[in-house]
Design a binder for this molecule. Structure first.
Ligand code: GNR
Ligand code: NI
Length: 172
């Protein structure tokens, strides 16, 4: 397994719409292994392939609080089948928007159809953090970041902070 660099905003690739894969083969499984290792190392609770520069509709996730018991989840070609009309607010962050957080409102539960690590079709009913995370990751597949839901002012403040910390990183 290999840890790969995570792309951060602003980066055009993060705005690309990812393409469905033909199925789950060794190539996709290797990518998922690398994505999971990259996510754990970050650390994060989810990662979309585009965040490491691969425009494929593949997501990995682990929302388990106890990091000694890993509960990896793999979603290939995920499709949201149902969204609750009831919404919930969560404080979201993103590895591609480092150290920035904001409350985002999304449907509080959803159903998602996808292929798992073995290419088997699955249907999952998600709520709470899992539902939030799935929707956050599915947005990445469409080139959407959580900051896109904020007011112009809040979004520009975050982008300004990011560009400042980016230039600091280069100096140090
Ligand atoms: O690590 C992450 N935490 C998180 C917290 C609240 C809502 C969504 C997330 S996903 C994020 C990792 C990430 O950027 N995935 O794309
Ligand atoms: Ni993200």
């Amino acid at each position: 397994m290999t840890i790969r660099p995570i792309l951060t905003e602003p980066n055009k690739l993060l705005r690309q719409v990812s393409k469905p894969v033909d199925g789950v083969g060794v190539e996709e499984q290797t990518l998922m292994n690398d994505m999971l290792e990259t996510m754990y190392a970050a650390p994060g609770i989810g990662l979309a392939a585009i965040q490491i520069g691969v425009p494929k509709r593949i997501i990995v996730m682990d929302i388990s609080a106890d990091k000694t018991k890993k509960e990896p989840r793999y979603f290939v070609n995920p499709v949201i089948k149902n969204k609750n009309i009831i919404k919930a607010k969560y404080e979201e962050g993103c590895l591609s928007v480092p150290n920035q957080f904001a409350e985002i409102e999304r449907p509080n539960s959803c159903e998602v159809e996808y292929l798992d690590y073995d290419g088997k079709k699955q249907l999952l009913k998600a709520d709470g953090l899992l539902a939030t995370c799935i929707q956050h990751e599915m947005d990445h597949l469409e080139g959407i970041l959580f900051i896109d839901y904020l007011s112009k002012l809040k979004k520009s403040m975050i982008l300004k902070k990011l560009s400042k910390s980016n230039s600091t990183r280069i100096i140090v």
